[in-house]
Write a new protein. Structure first.
Length: 494
């Protein structure tokens, strides 16, 4: 039996096993949200005259089996709070978890017999002494059976949490970061401009966010380059600022952070003009611009603005030309440039950027995009967990041309909801999740975790090859506390 606390992946099935008065219900109530716990005692009270109405036991267990089956079938974390001494029932729950593709663990309550009897004597309504003796005898046999039944883990009661998959290994990663710290850059992505003050105070809000981000230790601020809100984030009619104008404003509001787009769709602007915009920002910001570019994907946005939305092949041809043209625009001279689809008679761009080179970041994690990044970009921005980042890093290294000394850097973008402690994380999930969305699914979507969880996740991303992580904070509004909380994560990498 393991004694130390563990992080379990969400969803999972947790089977409590042990005699009466061993502490199962107390531990479950202290460890899990009540919505996750299916209790035979509570169901007995539901179908009978109370939790001690033994005549209702058969009906209560029939109901429990139905509830457990329904929850596991919906892939919901389910904590089964019964004696757990019936082998056939345990194996049935385990089989249901396997069928649903959900991990299943058993938690064994090996409470000494005398302690169980002492607790029972203190109860208002005691378990009959002979019944408890029978349970204690059964438990002695069951605890020998559990290791052979096929659970993913058999745990002892203790500090245990069910967390999104991204945080399952966070505890060990936090220890590695404390013992052998590694550096990591952090960027803040702004993908929404809706705030309580409304558009009359949007400029002031952006200024406050920029300064607070610097104070929290962020290394960069990045904005989405769209002209209307994207459906993954909000509604089309929500206030949404033009990206490069916003970056220019942030340049005047901040002193240190790098400023860039994540990322500029290559179809949105004449590419030579985009080069001029980025160079201007670099000069006005004192050499802090990052030019992020990508294939462009939002067809409805193109239609709304009357732009052509070329085929994937045509957009890739344009993107490859752009990746070659932009550094020419930022270099000396005024020579003509011609690519597969672009023809620029004069590449004059003065003043030239202060940075040489001005960083060129390519967004996207498909093989074709990564191959372009390996050839032309300074950084590739990707999504996914640590395993995905490791795969992308290997792919970049394998496809980096022989004449290039090192592969492009790998940056990572994720939505990140941070609470200082687990209970605060639960509260934030409940506050911000859509009304009809299961809390666990929302928590996974926004990578909801404590400061410690996030330190572990980012350490794993750094070990996988990420040099910078950009985070979008879904709870960033007029209250800038989320930036302060993020600063506690950033401090662990300084």
């Amino acid at each position: 039996m393991e004694v130390e606390g563990r992080n379990l992946p969400s969803p999972c099935v947790v089977v409590l096993v042990g005699p009466g008065a061993a502490g199962k219900s107390t531990w479950a109530a202290e460890t899990f949200s009540g919505d996750l716990v299916v209790s035979s005692d509570r169901l007995r009270a539901l179908v009978g005259a109370g939790e001690d109405d033994l005549a209702a036991s058969a009906d209560a267990f029939r109901l429990l089996e139905d509830v457990v089956r329904q929850r596991i079938g919906r892939r919901l974390t389910t904590v089964i709070d019964t004696l757990g001494l019936d082998r056939d029932r345990r194996l049935g729950w385990l089989a249901a978890a396997r069928e649903a593709g959900v991990p299943c663990v058993a938690v064994g309550f090996d409470t000494p017999a005398e302690e169980c009897r002492r607790r029972n004597r203190e109860r208002v309504k005691r378990i009959p002494a002979d019944v408890l003796s029978g349970q204690l005898k059964a438990w002695a046999a069951v605890k020998k059976e559990l290791p052979g039944e096929g659970y993913d883990e058999i745990l002892a009661p203790g500090a245990l949490r069910v967390v999104p998959e991204a945080f399952v290994g966070a505890g060990e990663a936090v220890r590695r970061q404390a013992e052998q710290p590694t550096g990591l850059r952090f960027g803040l992505q702004l993908g929404s401009y809706t705030h309580k003050g409304g558009r009359a105070t949007t400029g002031e809000w952006v200024r406050r966010v920029g300064r607070a981000a610097e104070a929290a230790g962020f290394d960069g601020i990045y904005v989405m380059d769209h002209f209307r809100q994207i459906p993954q984030v909000g509604r089309a009619w929500e206030d949404f600022l033009e990206s490069w104008t916003t970056l220019a404003y942030l340049a005047a509001c901040t002193e240190r952070v790098r400023l860039g787009t994540l990322v500029s769709g290559i179809t949105y602007r004449n590419v030579a003009h985009l080069g001029k915009i980025a160079a201007t920002l670099d000069v006005l910001s004192g050499g802090r611009a990052v030019c992020g570019v990508g294939l462009a994907w939002f067809e409805q946005e193109h239609k709304a603005y009357g732009w052509e939305f070329p085929s994937v092949g045509d957009r890739y041809a344009l993107l490859e030309d752009a990746l070659q043209l932009l550094p020419v625009m930022w270099g000396p001279g005024n020579k003509p440039w011609r690519g597969k689809v672009l023809d620029v008679p004069e590449t004059a761009c003065y003043p030239r950027p202060l940075q040489d080179p001005l960083p060129l970041l390519l967004g996207g994690s498909g093989p074709r995009t990564l191959r372009l990044a390996a050839r032309y970009a300074d950084a590739a921005n990707v999504f996914g967990d640590a395993a995905a980042v490791r795969r992308h890093a290997s792919y970049l290294a394998a496809h980096t041309p022989a004449g290039r000394e090192t592969p492009p850097q790998l940056t990572h973008l994720s939505t990140t909801l941070i609470g200082r402690q687990p209970r605060e994380v639960d509260d934030l999930v409940e506050l911000h999740r859509p009304r009809n969305q299961n809390p666990a699914k929302y928590a996974a979507t926004v990578n909801a975790g404590s400061v410690s969880d996030q330190i572990g996740r980012f350490r794993e991303l750094a070990e996988a090859g990420a040099t910078e992580v950009m985070i979008s904070l879904p709870n960033l509004d007029d209250d800038l506390t989320p930036l302060e909380t993020a600063g506690e994560v950033i401090a662990a990498f300084r």
